[in-house]
Design a protein around this ligand. Structure first.
Ligand SMILES: NC(=O)c1ccc[n+]([C@@H]2O[C@H](COP(=O)([O-])OP(=O)(O)OC[C@H]3O[C@@H](n4cnc5c(N)ncnc54)[C@H](OP(=O)(O)O)[C@@H]3O)[C@@H](O)[C@H]2O)c1
Length: 461
């Protein structure tokens, strides 16, 4: 790793690498590398990626990941850097050489903090693919102020968790035009494949540790000032039944305890505090107008996410997995069992070695957004008013963890590198409030993730 020892900057004092992928040797990391190679300037001359580097603790695994990602093309010139999250000096050296770190090392609650700290200290930007609310909220509490001062943007959840939910809610919200007002949007996630749907151990481990630490998250929330709550027209919707059947989309559904609703709520509360969104570091008047116009079209709504399956049996399997993780995840022995036998306790949904390439290629997702609201503010203000309008939209794309997540992460990175002056100078934020007014949705559409309006009409009780 000659590159690692060289700790120096590129020509003219600008950072040597446009971006560095940390954890490139991981299961998700190698797919992120593959996606990034598509945009390297050699292949796409207009791309802001002129040079990238891969970082990790094991040079052989990094080289293997690069070879796998480049196949069948010859190996591109990509530097391999030594960086171990247990060695702060190696992280400082890494950050000093780049404008942007893409962090794929998880579980984030175990390994993420030193990376955020190093990025903030050096003033470079940080994006990750975390789906762990406790980590995101702890990083915001500890590093937001310093990130503001240092001009470092720290944005977690730039993968399937939680960009489709954030942009999908905004897309549904933008369909509600005056005088109609939205009250509630429920997202229904449906995973599809002709083969088995399988996730890698890293995601399963992150979920198990999330359950184990749920009390820490509640404690952290109690210690933090309350955020502003958006004012939503109409009464709060009732909780509804645990298991429901959605005729419109032909799915059975149960609540999904994912990070999405937490992240979306965060974006909506930041928007309540900043109704025109977050000012860019160095915006011109035209961009300020564009940003304000965008946010004026977004109306807050009560938001939740459910997992949708075609059969009721599938829902029961999901509930059983939730019970295994929920009960066993609370004790050390239970966690040992869950992590020792991932395939058994996830009923085959997670595997130590992850899905095969074929299984990844065959999978896809649909995320339906069913919005309910009122034809006017007057209708919403009646006591016991029932929603009289419904708008259904949908986000669809390829496999969630290893195709959609890298697509989203790379498009967020491309925006960050090409449009930095229009984004906030620094701070820790959810992705929606930063990337909402950018062209992220159009970019995702060009890369295989689509946003569609399915129906608009009267709501039926
Ligand atoms: N947002 C989403 O939708 C989404 C999608 C996919 C994954 N994820 C998340 O991404 C994370 C990674 O998942 P995965 O399945 O890719 O896990 P994985 O295959 O276990 O990869 C973990 C990576 O972290 C690296 N690492 C571990 N300890 C390290 C250390 N001390 N210093 C430097 N690097 C270290 C590993 O390096 P070695 O190769 O040297 O072991 C490997 O590159 C998980 O938290 C998962 O939940 C999120």
């Amino acid at each position: 790793m000659a590159e690692a020892a060289e700790h120096r900057q590129g020509v003219g004092g600008s950072p040597r690498y446009d971006l560095i992928i940390l954890g490139a040797s991981g299961f998700t990391g190698k797919y992120v590398v593959r996606e990034s190679l598509k945009f390297l300037a050699l292949n796409t001359p207009s791309s802001p990626f002129k040079s990238i580097a891969l970082a990790g603790r094991n040079p052989t695994r990094l080289a293997d990941a690069l070879r796998w990602a480049a196949h069948p093309d010859p190996l591109p010139h990509v530097a391999l850097l030594a960086a171990d999250v247990g060695d702060p000096a190696s992280l400082r050296r890494m950050c000093a050489q780049t404008r942007l770190v893409l962090n794929c090392v998880g579980p984030f609650r175990l390994y993420g903090e030193p990376v955020v700290a190093a990025c903030v200290d050096s003033g470079c930007d940080y994006l990750d693919i975390c789906g762990e609310p406790e980590f995101m909220e702890r990083m915001e509490a500890k590093y937001h102020q310093r990130a503001l001062e240092k001009g470092s943007l720290v944005i977690s959840a730039c993968g399937f968790d939680s960009v489709p939910a954030e942009l999908g809610l905004m897309f549904n919200s933008r369909q509600w035009t005056e005088p109609a007002v939205v009250n509630q949007v429920e997202a229904y996630l449906s995973l599809e494949s002709e083969r088995r749907i399988v996730g890698n151990f890293g995601t399963y481990q992150s979920a198990v540790l999330g359950v184990a630490n749920v009390e820490k998250l509640q404690e952290l929330r109690r210690s933090r000032p309350r955020r502003a709550r958006p004012v939503i027209p109409g009464p709060a919707p009732s909780k509804g039944s645990i298991v429901e059947h959605q005729n419109k989309i032909g799915l059975w559904a149960v609540k999904l305890p994912s990070a999405d609703s937490v992240v979306v709520r965060k974006t909506l509360s930041i928007l309540t505090e900043n109704p025109h969104g977050l000012p860019g570091a160095n915006e011109d008047a035209g961009h300020i107008e564009k940003r304000k116009a965008f946010w004026s079209t977004i109306k807050p709504a009560h938001f939740g996410v459910k997992m949708g399956l075609k059969s009721l049996l599938g829902i029961f399997r999901l509930i059983i997995i939730g019970m295994f993780i929920g009960v066993l995840g609370r004790t050390a022995f239970g966690r040992w069992l869950l992590l020792k036998f991932p395939s058994v306790f996830s009923l085959g949904w997670f595997r130590e070695k992850g899905p095969t390439e074929d299984e990844v290629e065959c999978a896809s997702f649909k995320m339906w957004f069913i919005g309910h609201g009122y034809s006017s503010r007057d209708a919403a203000s009646q006591s016991n008013a029932k929603p009289d309008m419904e708008i259904i939209t949908r986000v669809t794309g390829p496999e969630i963890g290893y195709l959609t997540t890298p697509i989203i992460l790379l498009q967020c990175a491309l925006i960050l590198l090409s449009d930095r002056e229009n984004l906030p100078k620094g701070g820790s934020y959810p992705p929606g409030i930063v990337f909402g007014p950018t062209d992220l949705q159009e970019r995702l559409e060009k890369n295989g993730i689509s946003f569609d309006v399915i129906s608009k009409g009267a709501a039926h009780a």
